[in-house]
Design a protein around this ligand. Structure first.
Ligand code: NI
Length: 169
């Protein structure tokens, strides 16, 4: 398949709540293949389908750049089923917001349930950077963005940069 352009902030598809996948057919396999090719070219840890313009509940996480033991993971119809009470602040970036990095507070650990590319359901507890990546991508599938997770003050401070992204998108 092919690398696809990454949708930049300002495109309404990023605000769409993505639809559940009913069947893991060739379209879904092609979508995952495109997500993989697109993420491989970009330097990011994860990518959600609506970031390449497809509002389906599918995302991939690739932590190989930070952990050699990792593999690329596919999450179809993901659900976060547990969130730890402990929260942690970490800096996040997003491929749909070039050069914007923000400190975001989120639960330290999450448990997620999803289907893999063979249609098998799995559950996994993610912590550290994996928990961060999973929550960030899960939010994308919900139409939520990391700029929604910062304080009103930070939001005010980045207003000009967001306007520029919208104007260029
Ligand atoms: Ni993102």
């Amino acid at each position: 398949m092919a690398e696809r352009p990454i949708v930049i902030y300002g495109d309404p598809v990023l605000r769409e709540k993505s639809k559940k996948v009913d069947e893991i057919n060739q379209d879904v396999k092609d979508l995952v293949s495109d997500l993989t090719d697109t993420l491989n070219r970009a330097s990011g840890l994860g990518l959600t389908a609506n970031q390449i313009g497809v509002a389906k509940r599918v995302f991939i996480i690739d932590l190989r750049a930070v952990d050699i033991n990792e593999t690329l993971r596919v999450f179809i119809n993901p659900e976060i089923i547990e969130r730890s009470k402990e929260e942690v602040e970490l800096e996040e970036g997003c491929l749909s917001f070039p050069d914007l990095y923000l400190k975001v507070t989120r639960p330290e650990k999450v448990r997620i349930r999803a289907l893999d590319l063979d249609g098998n359901e799995f559950e996994v507890t993610a912590e550290g950077i994996a928990a961060r990546a999973v929550q960030h991508e899960y939010d994308h599938a919900e139409g939520k963005l990391f700029i929604d997770c910062v304080s009103p003050l930070t939001r005010t401070m980045i207003k000009g940069r967001l306007k520029k992204l919208v104007a260029a998108s």
